[in-house]
Ligand binder design. Structure first.
Ligand SMILES: N[C@@H](CCC(=O)N[C@@H](CS)C(=O)NCC(=O)O)C(=O)O
Length: 230
């Protein structure tokens, strides 16, 4: 049966979920073959006949795992002999900080900047659910949030400052090679690349250069998904 990644898809088969991108990169890092199964928001609870609330869901020979960090830990344990994703226990512990930083700091800013663009590319039937849950979560109307996009972009550039400073000293968050640490931040930034009608990263910045290197990894896995703002 092999490995199947249940992955959120929008209009034109745009794979835009930041959490699913983390796992696509982790699977490529491990050199594992897998298929993806595209889902919409309303398909999620039915995946594998289970009661899943979010994607990614990884199916590996009949076992279903959700929660991106748990999936990464599963891959690390199950496929131990294939290049480490975390670089040991200390690396895994530090990676939890990267996950918290990405989820608590970057994600809410990016969501405000591009939530209306995301709304416009999802299935018609999911739009009322998406609008209601996201307006509640983000504390504002989708159109109002979009009208303040320049301010959100400025906030994102500020929030990325620690990454900018670090990239002056090393090429990857993982040090001499990309690790799951990099895939977390990559997935978080691939999400607006695939959904936003305007680019969010500062051109020619160290972060943009690192992101370009990330897009080109694993036979250009990330780059093959077209940017919406192209
Ligand atoms: N903590 C989860 C978060 C995953 C998540 O929020 N996924 C979104 C898609 S990007 C989702 O499935 N949302 C379902 C919904 O809002 O109904 C993880 O790390 O996997």
């Amino acid at each position: 049966m092999g490995i199947v990644l249940h992955d959120l898809a929008g209009d034109g088969d745009r794979r835009f979920s930041p959490y699913c991108w983390r796992i696509r990169m982790a699977l490529a890092h491990k050199g594992l073959d897998y298929d993806t199964a595209p889902v919409t928001f309303s398909d999620i609870p039915g995946i594998g006949g289970g009661d899943h609330k979010t994607v990614p869901v990884l199916e590996d020979d009949g076992t279903f795992i959700s929660e991106s960090f748990d999936i990464a830990c599963y891959l690390e344990e199950q496929y131990e002999s294939r290049g480490t994703l975390f670089g040991g226990e200390g690396g895994k512990a530090a990676c939890r900080f990267i996950e918290s930083w990405a989820n608590a700091t970057l994600t809410p800013i990016i969501a405000r900047a591009c939530v209306k663009d995301i709304h416009d590319l999802i299935e018609e039937k999911d739009k009322p659910y998406f609008r209601e849950t996201r307006e509640k979560r983000l504390g504002g109307g989708l159109e109002d949030l979009q009208s303040q996009r320049d301010a959100h972009i400025e906030n994102l550039h500020q929030a990325l400052m620690p990454l900018h400073v670090m990239l002056g000293k090393q090429d990857w968050i993982g040090g001499i090679q990309p690790l799951y640490h990099d895939y977390i931040v990559f997935g978080t930034l691939q999400w607006p690349r695939v959904t936003s009608k305007v680019p969010l990263l500062k051109e020619d910045s160290r972060v943009a250069e690192w992101f370009e290197r990330m897009l080109n990894l694993y036979d250009r896995l990330g780059a093959k998904m077209p940017a919406r703002a192209a």
